[in-house]
Structures are given as C-alpha cells and as structure tokens.
Design a protein around this ligand. Structure first.
Ligand code: 5GP
Length: 191
C-alpha cells in the first residue's frame, strides 16, 4: 500500500507592512491550505483569539518548548519571541494538507535550511517609499521604529532573490493574491 501524498510547507514572508496577512487570509479562504498557528510571547491584541491567531505564552513556556525540540524555527521580533511549533505544521503536512507559515525573514531562512523543499514566497513592496507610506497609514509606527523597519525591509529585499522560490511585488492587493494563488497551483518540481 502506498503512503498518502504529503502536503506542502508554504512560507509567506515579507517586510512588516507589506500586506502579508491580507494575502494569507485570502489564500486560506480560497484554498484548502491550513494556517500554522505560531507561538509568541507578545500579548494578544483585542481582536485576536488564543489558538487561532497565535498560541500566546510566557518566555518560560516558549523556552521550555524550544528545549524540548518542539519549535521548528524561531526569531525575536519587536522584543517578542515568535516560533512555529512542530505540531502546528508537520502532522498536518504528513496528513496531506498544504500548511501556510506567515513568518518573518530569519525564521524563513531556518525553514529553508531544515526543509529544503518548502515552497517559499516573498512579498515585496513596489518600493521602500510605498512601504513607508503604508506604515504611516497604519499609524502605529514611531519615527525610530519606521527607520528600523525600512532598514530591515531593505536588507530583506536584497537577499530575497537567493532565498525564496518566488518574489511577488504587492502593487495591487487583488493582483498579488491572484499571483500567489497561481504559484500555489504550479506543480512542486519546476522543469
Ligand atoms: P505580529 O506581531 O504583527 O503578528 O507579527 C510580527 C512578525 O512576526 C510578522 O512579520 C510575522 O510574519 C512574524 N511571525 C509570526 N509568527 C511567526 C513565527 O512563528 N516565526 C517567525 N519567525 N516569525 C513569525
């Protein structure tokens, strides 16, 4: 008897403010892919639900999971720890589901190193100027934070071509969602 086919580990990454979560939400609504619920030490925002948006936990709890080898990748971002629990992704992939990880760049690098066959998509802004405008519109970014985020975004964009399988420029949200859905429809191995 042959084993049932595995699903894919799909990473969607990109700089803060680029529109990643809108894209991920749209893809989840239009495909059978499942979302990998990350662990984080940051506090829940008012609209967030434990176990759906994140597994919220203390640093001690996060550290214990790491020590037990239960975290596939992790990174510190904005003073908080984020990581993908093994159980949030691997059993689902084994069961044949595509699983989407919405993670930042350092975690994406770790996934690439551990799972070379992961499908990795980078969402880039049309320009750093446009990213700055989007961050300003969001209104939750101080000048210092803005400079830091733009610096990080510039570095990430410089290394994206070598690390990711696909770089999608989010000029228009609908076009970007269509582009990502097209990528997900492509067969795993490109000729
Ligand atoms: P936020 O706090 O706004 O939800 O997320 C901040 C950043 O952390 C985003 O770039 C998001 O993609 C990233 N992130 C969320 N979960 C994980 C994770 O499990 N691992 C890593 N490396 N980054 C994550």
């Amino acid at each position: 008897m042959s084993a049932s086919p595995k699903g894919r580990l799909i990473v969607i990454s990109g700089p803060s403010g680029v529109g990643k979560s809108s894209i991920v939400d749209a893809v989840l609504a239009r495909t059978d892919a499942l979302f990998s619920v990350s662990a984080t030490t940051r506090s829940a925002r008012p609209d967030e639900v434990e176990g759906t948006d994140y597994a919220f936990m203390t640093r001690e709890q996060f550290g214990a999971l790491q020590e037990a080898g239960e975290i596939l990748e992790s990174a510190e971002y904005g003073g908080n720890l984020y990581g993908t629990p093994r159980n949030a992704a691997l059993p689902l992939v084994e069961a044949g589901h595509d699983v989407i990880l919405d993670i930042e760049n350092e975690g994406a690098k770790q996934i690439r190193a551990t799972f070379p066959s992961a499908l990795m998509i980078f969402v880039a802004p049309p320009s750093l100027d446009s990213l700055a405008k989007r961050l300003l519109t969001r209104g939750d970014t101080s000048d210092e934070d803005m400079a830091r985020r733009l610096g990080v975004a510039e570095d990430q964009m410089a290394e994206a071509d070598g690390l990711y399988d696909h770089v999608v420029v989010n000029d228009d949200l609908v076009d970007t969602i269509v582009a990502v859905l097209d990528i997900l429809k492509q067969p795993l191995e490109q000729p």
